[in-house]
Structure formats: structure tokens, C-alpha cells
Design a protein around this ligand. Structure first.
Ligand code: SAH
Ligand code: SF4
Ligand code: F3S
Length: 455
């Protein structure tokens, strides 16, 4: 092939912020742009197309976008001086929430595209190149988006699979129902087809994604299907050894889903189930639709079905009206449940959400102090949970090479990262590793026996 015949390679850089939905979407954007000759690069400096996939969940996340755009303005100007064009796209939840405002505040941006319009990226980018037409695309048609995007290209043995988008829960602190729109479940057949395609490319562990993933519901030839039915169907897909899902809402933990945790061995014994607060009074003000007692009861049902299930959660401290007593109820809930890991955030006032207008906004210093106390307790629990694995033998799905020569890494059933000495041909297999050491974030161990390696 001569140079003139070779398709022109353009460089694409995508920076991803926020949740796993954005990670999944960034991969879809990369896939939809590949046929146009865009190849991903690891840094923005020499990229022809830069996409910021943004998060709007807390104020700081939004601020990051504008400071990043400041840096890109300089980069774009430098490249322009050298005679090369750079296209800057803002995607994700800030794009959805602030559309036109971004174009006004940051003229460096060529295109703003919301999460439901990614399938239109090739056309939108071509229009930008010709300087005509739509510059802001932010409509809500999730079914169209999924149908129009190419089948995912797997990278490695674990993959995300988006099954549900949007949220109808309207927690009073949260922007997601506004940035991601109404709850939408992808049809069962389409999810299964995507799972089969991923398994065929070597994926062994699937994490189903959705803002309210356990609210997924669908139709089959025989009638309504629940989220548990979807998991059961996915467990039968050849090659899939492990299933996980995130993020769940406590009120959607139905009896059949809880029971499935005791019945389906492929469903991993680890669940991220956000509680937000241990005070029922605050939960009511948050419009969470459950009390602290309801949450503890859900955990008891899960543990009855699957005694070794490990739990993770999210907390917000300093929600409007939160008193020291409310906060102590949160600490008490942490002690009662015992978490393997958790995320905790200081409440961030989001314009347009009901909580932003509530009385009793908590002083920043008070909130910081509570966050530090909560962090300390959760860190202690996480270290204890990891240390409790020492001398146990855990089935580890091998994902790839570790940091040290001769080392491999994988995941335990409880989503811990595990390092051990082994050969690269173990990738994709589930092997027994005897755990000998732990830190707050990972485990170390030794391969038990190559003969006991299962497929
Ligand atoms: N759909 C998921 C995730 C929502 S966003 C769920 O319902 O749990 C992830 C986490 O961000 C939330 O669980 C919450 O703990 C946190 N969060 C959301 N809005 C926030 C806000 N305004 N301030 C601080 N934390 C927030
Ligand atoms: Fe936000 Fe609540 Fe919906 Fe989760 S359930 S996305 S916290 S509104
Ligand atoms: Fe952020 Fe949007 Fe996810 S606001 S947390 S990227 S759904």
C-alpha cells in the first residue's frame, strides 16, 4: 500500500470522569469512531480529537471540567500555531446538564454531546469539520443510542455491560435523574447478544451496569422478566464464569434477587448497595424510600441467602439538617453491618435539586470532621476484611501481569485485587490462590497447585 492509499490515521484522546457508566460509554465512543480512522492515544498533546467524558455528581467534578478546558485552550492554540486542528468535545453528564452554557463559557469547545447521542458522534464531528449545523446534542432516546452503537470490543477478561440507564428515584441531593433521564431497561435479547459477543472475545466476568441496575425489567416470550431472570439467563451464556452488578438501590432488592445470591454460584458474593445515611430521619429528607432499619433487614436477608456475602456502600455526610446524633446513627450502622469497602462523600449542593434549597445546610468544617471520622472507621473495616482473608484459599480470576516480573494479578470473589507469582497463560482462568498478605487495597498470595486450575 502506498502512503496515498493508506487511510489517514487520526488520533483520539478520551478522558473519563465519573462512574462506570461513563467508562462504558467512553469505550462505545472509541468504537463508534474507529471506522472513521480514529486511533486512541494515551495523552491529549498530539490528539486531533479530544473528548472529555464528564461527571456532574458533585460540584468539584463539574469544576474539574472547566479547569481541564482551560488547559486544552492553550494546547489547541499551540497546535493551531503549528498548523494542526484540534477538535474538543464535551460529553457526559456536564454536557447534558449545562449544554449551551459550556459553549458560552469555554469557546475552545467545538461540540457538546449528551450521553444519549453518542451514536451520532461521527455525523456531529463531520458537521463541526464543515462548521455547519448542530453543536449541542442532548436529547433522551436511550433505545436509539444502544441500537446504533457498534457491538463492544472486549479488552481483557472482565467487561462492563450496560443494561439500564437513567433514574426515576429522585433522591433530593442527586442530579442523575436530570442528566441521565428516565429509567430505561435494555431488552433481554439485546443484553444476551452483547454478553455472547463479549464471551466470544474472551470475557469471563461481566459487571452489569445501571444507575438502578436492580430495577431492570424486561419482556420475554413468556411474559415479564425480572432482574433475577436476566442474571439467570446470563449465567447460562457459554464462557461467562462470573457475574456482578452495580449500582443497586435497597428498595429494589426483591426476594427472587436475594434468593438468587444463594442459588447461582456465578453470582459473586459481593454487593455494592448504597445506603447514604444511617439516620432514618435524614434518609426521609433524602427521599431514599427506605429507613436505616429497612437497610439492615435487606442485609440480613442477603446474609441468610449467602452467608459469606461482602458488602460495599456509599455515604453522604453533612446532608442539610444532619445533626451529630444523625451522624452517630451512621457510625452505628457501619458498626452493625460491617463493610468490606465503601465510598463516603461530603454533601455537595447541586443547583436545581430539592436539597439545595433546604434549610440547615451544614457548615463545611463540621462536614469535613464527620467525613474524616467516617473514613477512619470504614478504613479500619476494610483493612480488617482484607486481613481476614489471610490463610484462606480464594478462587481468583486471572486478569493479567502484575507489577513485578513473574507476577500475575486477578480478582477474588469479593472484588479484591490479588497478586501472586504465575505464568501469563493463566489469564482468563480461575485458579486457587492461598492468601498470605493484605493491605487496605489488595491481597498477595501463592498459587495453590497448577493441577487444581479450573477452566
Ligand atoms: N445510582 C447510584 C449512584 C449515584 S451517584 C445510586 O443510587 O447509588 C454515586 C454516589 O454519589 C451516590 O451513591 C451518593 O453517595 C453520591 N452523591 C450523589 N449526589 C451527591 C451530592 N449531591 N453530594 C455528595 N455526594 C453525592
Ligand atoms: Fe441518584 Fe438516588 Fe437515582 Fe441513585 S437512586 S441515581 S442517588 S436519584
Ligand atoms: Fe457522574 Fe453522570 Fe455517573 S453525574 S456519577 S457520570 S451518571
Amino acid at each position: 500500500m502506498t502512503n496515498a492509499q493508506r487511510p489517514l490515521l487520526k488520533r483520539l484522546f478520551i478522558e473519563t470522569h465519573g462512574c462506570q457508566m461513563n467508562v462504558y460509554d467512553s469505550e462505545r465512543m472509541r468504537d463508534v469512531l474507529a471506522p472513521l480512522g480514529y486511533a486512541p492515544v494515551g495523552a491529549p498533546d498530539d490528539a486531533d480529537l479530544i473528548i472529555l467524558n464528564t461527571c456532574h455528581i458533585r460540584e468539584r467534578a463539574t469544576e474539574k471540567v472547566y479547569s481541564e478546558l482551560g488547559r486544552l485552550r492553550d494546547l489547541k492554540a499551540r497546535r493551531a500555531e503549528a498548523g494542526v486542528k484540534t477538535t474538543v468535545v464535551v460529553a457526559g453528564c456536564v454536557a447534558q446538564a449545562e449544554g449551551e452554557e459550556i459553549m458560552r463559557r469555554a469557546p475552545v469547545v467545538d461540540l457538546v454531546v449528551g450521553p444519549q447521542a453518542y451514536h451520532k458522534l461521527p455525523e456531529l464531528i463531520a458537521r463541526v469539520a464543515r462548521a455547519t449545523g448542530e453543536r449541542v446534542a442532548a436529547d433522551f432516546t436511550p433505545d436509539e443510542k444502544f441500537d446504533a452503537l457498534p457491538a463492544p470490543k472486549a479488552e481483557g477478561v472482565t467487561a462492563f455491560l450496560s443494561v439500564q440507564e437513567g433514574c426515576d428515584k429522585f433522591c433530593t441531593f442527586c442530579v442523575v435523574p436530570y442528566t441521565r433521564g428516565a429509567e430505561y431497561s435494555r431488552p433481554l435479547e439485546k443484553v444476551l447478544a452483547e454478553a455472547r459477543a463479549l464471551a466470544a472475545q474472551g470475557v469471563r466476568e461481566l459487571t452489569l451496569l445501571g444507575q438502578n441496575v436492580n430495577a431492570w425489567h424486561g419482556a420475554t416470550g413468556e411474559g415479564e422478566a425480572t432482574f433475577a431472570d436476566l442474571l439467570r439467563a446470563l449465567a447460562k451464556v457459554e464462557g461467562i464464569a462470573r457475574l456482578r452488578y452495580t449500582t443497586s438501590h435497597p428498595v429494589e432488592m426483591s426476594d427472587d434477587l436475594v434468593a438468587l445470591h444463594g442459588e447461582e454460584g456465578k453470582l459473586m458474593p459481593f454487593l455494592h448497595l448504597p445506603v447514604q445515611s444511617g439516620s432514618s430521619r435524614i434518609l426521609k429528607a433524602m427521599n431514599r424510600k427506605h429507613t436505616a432499619e429497612d437497610y439492615v433487614a435487606v442485609i440480613a436477608r442477603l446474609r441468610a441467602a449467602r452467608p459469606d456475602i461482602a458488602l460495599s456502600t456509599d455515604f453522604i455526610v453533612g446532608f442539610p439538617g444532619e445533626t451529630e446524633k444523625d451522624f452517630e446513627a451512621t457510625l452505628a450502622l457501619v458498626r452493625e453491618v460491617g463493610f468490606a469497602s465503601a465510598y463516603s462523600f461530603k454533601y455537595s449542593r447541586r443547583p436545581g435539586t430539592p436539597a439545595a434549597a433546604m434549610q440547615g445546610q451544614v457548615d463545611d468544617e463540621v462536614a469535613s470532621d464527620r467525613l474524616a471520622r467516617l473514613h477512619a472507621l470504614l478504613g479500619e473495616q476494610q483493612r480488617a476484611f482484607n486481613a481476614a482473608q489471610i490463610s484462606r484459599t480464594l478462587p481468583v480470576l486471572v486478569a493479567g501481569k502484575g507489577r513485578m516480573p513473574g507476577q500475575m494479578h486477578g480478582r477474588s470473589p469479593y472484588l479484591q485485587s490479588v497478586h501472586f507469582d504465575g505464568a501469563p497463560d493463566l489469564v482468563g482462568r480461575t485458579i486457587d490462590v492461598r492468601i498470605s498478605g493484605s493491605t487496605q487495597n489488595s491481597l498477595a498470595g501463592a498459587l495453590v497447585s497448577a493441577e487444581r486450575v479450573s477452566a
